[in-house]
Design a protein around this ligand. Structure first.
Ligand code: AMP
Ligand code: GLY
Length: 428
């Protein structure tokens, strides 16, 4: 079958890499893709936000399966748009929820109400609008710091502020609600209880009735070693995560995943696609921090290589509602992913630096994110540029492989964390 992946990051290169290995994949397209996807697929110069152009490509290239990587097009209704197009095949398969389902990520107020309605454990919170600024400031005074503030809408991963004290929280609240710090995304702001614990990312693939739990991962959000400095989209990932043992994952399934799938059914929200649940383990008890309606990045680069089952069979079964017939298998190997980023990221950074050493990466998997091929030379084209994944029988071996594999890669100003996986190794 002909398959189209939407997006241009490391997650999309990894999705395309898995799809490319399937015997069911005939022609693979990525819109818009990057220099990495161009080596295994045909990049089409169409933006993930140009729904008309995407529909055009689907018709022109006779696409049977569309896999949507990022949240933005989902939240903006790409699935609904494609399903309503009478010129596209009725049996077009799409992995990714419709606009209503995508609100689980697109509106933190919506997802919080959903969590509370279905008694799914999460931090207690209250939502405020600009008209309620006085109430919001008074509510902050009642909280024991740190105070967690969350913009309701999508804010490119930057919409959460953890204020160490009341004054900082109040200032941040004014900037968000009144100053529209995150534009429309902060026209509603949640004030949430702070959860103290260890985070883990859980990935579910669902056809709306059945679900498959994919391997879990740990993300490294801060830019600097030892978890210091500003938040990023993610600077590395490790799977498996030892504290997410059988007992913990059973709690996650019973208290969180099953009620989530049942809740979506009760709300009459057909949901086809990935659900990525950000969890906090508070003394071994799982609490939902957030839902995402897509795979994680860079978690995909660690988790997807562990899937042994034919990936296209898995995606087709998801999209056509037959996931319960699939017997999914995972590799028991560990994987460690290290993100190589541009100097200055997550703030402003240059683009266009030539990357060298890409042909000399031992056995690591190199996934591209912000790269572009200009006249045969691969150049940096984003903040997060590459993700290098090492695999091995355990986290120590996978970590060693990842760092060995990136040793020869370089460009002007390249930065990466040197401690991905160290915390996990010290736990075991
Ligand atoms: P989010 O954008 O929702 O993933 O939040 C960004 C980060 O803020 C999370 O990965 C957590 O590290 C942190 N965070 C969010 N909510 C809470 C909370 N209620 N308590 C403690 N940390 C939180
Ligand atoms: N790495 C976190 C995310 O994809 O949102």
């Amino acid at each position: 079958m002909n398959i189209l992946v939407i997006g241009s990051g490391g997650r999309e290169h990894t999705l395309a890499w898995k799809i490319h290995q399937s015997k069911h994949c005939e022609n693979l397209y990525v819109a818009p893709g990057n220099a990495g996807t161009a080596t295994i697929a045909t990049n089409v110069a169409v933006s993930a936000s140009d729904f008309n152009a995407i529909a055009g490509i689907i018709g022109e290239k006779n696409i049977s399966l569309v896999v949507v990587g990022p949240e933005d097009p989902l939240v903006n209704g790409l699935r609904d748009f494609l399903m309503e197009r009478s010129d596209l095949a009725d049996d077009l398969l799409i992995v990714g929820p419709g606009k209503t389902g995508a609100m689980l990520e697109g509106s933190k107020d919506f997802s919080k109400k959903f969590l509370n309605k279905y008694n799914i454990p999460t931090a207690r919170s209250k939502t405020f609008t600009p008209f309620e600024i006085e109430e919001a400031l008074a509510y902050i005074s009642t909280k024991t710091p740190p105070v967690v503030l969350k913009a309701d809408g999508l804010a490119a991963g930057k919409g959460v502020i953890i204020a160490p004290g009341h004054e900082q929280a109040k200032e941040a609240m004014k900037e968000m609600l009144l100053g529209k710090k995150f534009g429309d995304a902060s026209s509603k702001v949640l004030i949430e209880d702070y959860l103290e614990g260890i985070e883990v990312s859980i990935f579910v693939l669902t056809d709306g009735k059945s679900y498959i739990l994919l391997p879990e991962a740990k993300d490294y959000k801060r830019i600097g070693d030892g978890d210091i400095g500003p938040n990023t989209g993610g600077m590395g990932a490790v799977t498996p995560v030892p504290f997410a043992d059988v007992v913990f994952l059973e709690k996650v399934e019973n208290r969180i995943i099953k009620p989530t799938i049942e809740g979506l059914q009760k709300e009459n929200i057909p949901y086809i696609g990935f659900i990525f649940i950000g969890l906090m383990s508070v003394n071994g008890e799982p609490y939902v921090i957030e839902y995402n309606v897509r795979m994680g990045d860079p978690e995909s680069q660690a988790v997807l290589p562990r899937i042994k089952t034919d990936f296209v069979e898995l995606l087709v079964a998801t999209a056509n509602g037959t996931l319960s017939t699939i017997n999914v298998e995972f590799d028991t190997e560990a994987a460690v992913t290290v993100v190589l980023a541009s100097e200055g990221y997550p703030n402003s950074y240059d683009k266009g630096h030539p990357i060298t050493g890409l042909d000399n990466t031992i056995e690591g998997l190199v996934f591209h994110a912000g790269t572009v091929n200009k006249e045969g030379a691969i150049q940096t084209n984003g903040g997060r540029v590459l993700a290098v994944t090492g695999r091995g029988p355990d986290v120590a071996a996978a970590q060693e492989k990842a760092y060995l594999s990136l040793e020869n890669i370089t460009w002007k100003g390249m930065q990466y964390r040197k401690d991905i996986g160290n915390d996990i190794l010290s736990m075991t």
